[in-house]
Ligand binder design. Structure first.
Ligand SMILES: CC(C)(COP(=O)(O)OP(=O)(O)OC[C@H]1O[C@@H](n2cnc3c(N)ncnc32)[C@H](O)[C@@H]1OP(=O)(O)O)[C@@H](O)C(=O)NCCC(=O)NCCS
Length: 238
């Protein structure tokens, strides 16, 4: 049994990563941890690989969160907001915040006992069309277009994952218009939320942190720290 993680505290956000490809016996063990609703959802996947990834994502999510809450993974109960964001129903009064992201065979989980948060990871692929024009704000689009050709793809994915992590932290899903806020994505400077329509305090309230990922991925965490500085603390669940 791995050691129980200590309380996270206000100065760090825990980031866990793991592979979603698991051996059949590991997957069978993780399946045992899922709720009836999660088993229903697993059964609806058309492709076996997607089903496996969902089971390993949810199973390990439960295992890790169970250690923080000192409860059995199977006993954890999730609630969902109107936009599908899961949260924990905890009996001890601690506000545990978490968010999960998966891309290809990689999962990433951010956990805090202080801050509402979102996480996004994406595997980097060559882009067939001008996706940025559709999804980015005008300012982000112009900034991206001004990058040298060899810096475009990394810049695109830095911007995409920061925007997606902000949307996930905010919790309103894509009903938060993607052009209502600007993020920075210059690799040399600290990431920032530059603007959120209707909320002049937002740039100082929200913190964006780039995640160290394998080179073929990009990732970001966004948290509502209201000006408190935080660092990422990397953990692994192998
Ligand atoms: C629902 C949404 C969070 C899905 O995001 P995604 O990148 O496809 O998936 P991720 O792997 O990062 O996140 C999925 C996890 O986020 C969580 N989640 C679901 N709805 C969520 C919400 N509204 N807010 C935050 N987290 C959410 C769940 O834990 C989910 O895991 P599960 O599939 O095991 O239940 C949503 O933001 C979305 O549909 N995005 C579409 C992508 C897009 O257009 N992005 C534009 C960026 S510029």
């Amino acid at each position: 049994m791995p050691p129980k993680p200590s309380v996270v505290g206000p100065d760090v956000i825990d980031v866990w990563t793991w592979s979603l490809d698991a051996a059949p016996d590991t997957a069978a063990g993780l399946t045992e941890l899922l709720s009836p609703e999660e088993l229903d959802r697993a059964a609806r996947f058309v492709h076996d690989r997607d089903r496996l990834h969902f089971i390993v994502g949810r199973g390990r999510l439960r295992t890790i969160l169970g250690r923080y809450l000192d409860t059995s993974p199977k006993a954890l109960s999730f609630a969902y907001n109107a936009y599908g964001k899961p949260s924990i129903v905890s009996g001890d009064g601690t506000s545990w915040h978490f968010n999960l992201s998966h891309s290809a065979s990689l999962a990433a989980l951010a956990v805090s006992d202080h801050y509402e948060l979102g996480i996004d990871i994406e595997e980097i692929h060559f882009l067939k069309e001008d996706i940025a024009r559709r999804f980015f704000s005008h300012k982000e689009y112009l900034t991206l277009r001004a990058l040298p050709a060899e810096a475009y793809l990394d810049g695109f994915y830095r911007c995409w994952t920061r925007k997606e992590a902000f949307v996930k932290a905010h919790g309103e899903g894509l009903s938060l218009p993607l052009d209502s806020f600007d993020v920075t994505f210059d690799w040399r400077t600290e990431p920032k939320l530059e603007r959120l329509e209707g909320d002049p305090e937002a740039p100082s309230d929200w913190r964006i942190l780039a995640i160290e990922t394998p080179v073929t991925f990009a990732g970001a965490v966004v948290a509502l720290t209201r000006g408190h500085p935080v660092k990422l603390r990397y953990r692994r669940d192998d």
